[in-house]
Design a protein around this ligand. Sequence first.
Ligand SMILES: CC(C)C[C@H](N)C(=O)O
Length: 515
Amino acid sequence: MAACYSEIVNKMSWISLLHRLCMQFSNLTRSQNGTKQHLGFSHDVAFGSCRTMCFCTLNLQDLGVRIPRPLGNGPSRFIPEKEILQVSKVDPRAQSIFEDAFAALGRLDNISLVMGFHPQYLESFLRTQHYLLQMDGPLSLHYRHYIGIMAAARHQCSYLVNLHVNDFLQVGGDPKWLNGLDGAPQKLQALGELNKILAHRPWLLTKAHIEHLLKAEEHSWSLAELIHAVVLLTHYHSLASFTFGCGITPEIHSDGGHTFRPLSLSQYCVCDIANGNGNGNDLEERRSSHQVSGEVEVLMERMKQLQECRDEEEASQEEMATRFEREKTESMLVATAEDEECVQSRDVSRHFEDPSYGYKDFSRRGEHVPTFRVQDYSWEDHGYSLVNRLYPDVGQLLDEKFQMAYNLTYNTMAMHKDVDTTMLRRAIWNYIHCMFGIRYDDYDYGEINQLLDRSFKVYIKTMVCSPEKTTKRMYESFWRQFQHSEKVHVNLLLMEARMQAELLYALRAITCYMT
Ligand SMILES: CC(C)C[C@H](N)C(=O)O
């Protein structure tokens, strides 16, 4: 009987997932003037499912079955659900990407919904991810998901771990491997060290690490497999940053996505509760603009002044180098968040050894990060072709995705239109690379201090170095007048810059090994 109940409950969580998706799609399918469009999911279908659900719920409840209900309000803890759904209502491109993603995977995850603010980028992101996980490639499917789990677990990202645990099992992965890295084949265990270094101190990678993996006799990796693994590791480290940086909530059917605690149903329809519209959190207070008014204008003024100075005087090479070193050292000392509010619903530490090896262990001591000169090894001139040679098409896909993130602009700054934001976006990208010791010798790092204020730097540092410590307060305290979509935009820059930085170190080590 117990088994039978748990089966029903399991089904119910799927029904509720389906219902949620239907509601989401019903929201997506309603166009601005309220007329319905003919898509795979219509409001009627959603409404039908909702009614079925109410019906099921009541009957099952009569039988004494515990009914799961969603926790949280939509895809992000930081962004009101309505705002996220609004995007796809007004942007047909986002809508069609969502449909394709749903058709390909049978799900539409919260990451995609939040990335939907930037459909052009989302398309490139999903294309790459689909290629890495599902298309022909050196690694078997269960290896790919396991590597995703290992990478996400480094940052205690239970959201991504859960997603890939499900995928891993679905493609026939051995459940025993999920008990910990010890339970996985030696070949994967050997990847643990690379995972750890890449995630926290990629500058320490040497060709010896690569050699260790490629020459391990019967457990050795081929070069092509290693490239595939490196791309997956860096993809999931940076996606963990995005997940925490945007406060992505667990999928409804995952751990932490639902609860069995009953809610007072008196004033709400069950469908409203399931849709997250029942508890009034959507009426989230708008950011109090009077305290921060002028913030955007000050920033725009600084950009203008810097542009003018740029045209006037040029600093010497030595001065430019000093400015980089100063910014790099300072970035090491920016404190990341306190431990408050960290949400962890599943013990993921068992997936990797040495959980103590995190960023904080050395940043406080002010470890010296060596300088990596982009003239010596860059993505465009070196990394790209190495990846493309060993794992065809992936270099191209990554390149498109990097460019997309780097060049994405709507020429807006909060409420201002027609603004050239290149300087600000460059400062963000270069600051992240600077934290990793990567230097562009034609960039004046003095600009960073003019454009990125302290609370923004704390957010960036936390999100890139210890993403699991990102808090809602941190998200709210930087750029208070900017739109949520702009903060998601910032997250895309951070995520891609981080991925490229890790990749540069890994690929440079591989190149050293090969030559
Ligand atoms: C990250 C933001 C400053 C981006 C800006 N809204 C733009 O469209 O360029």
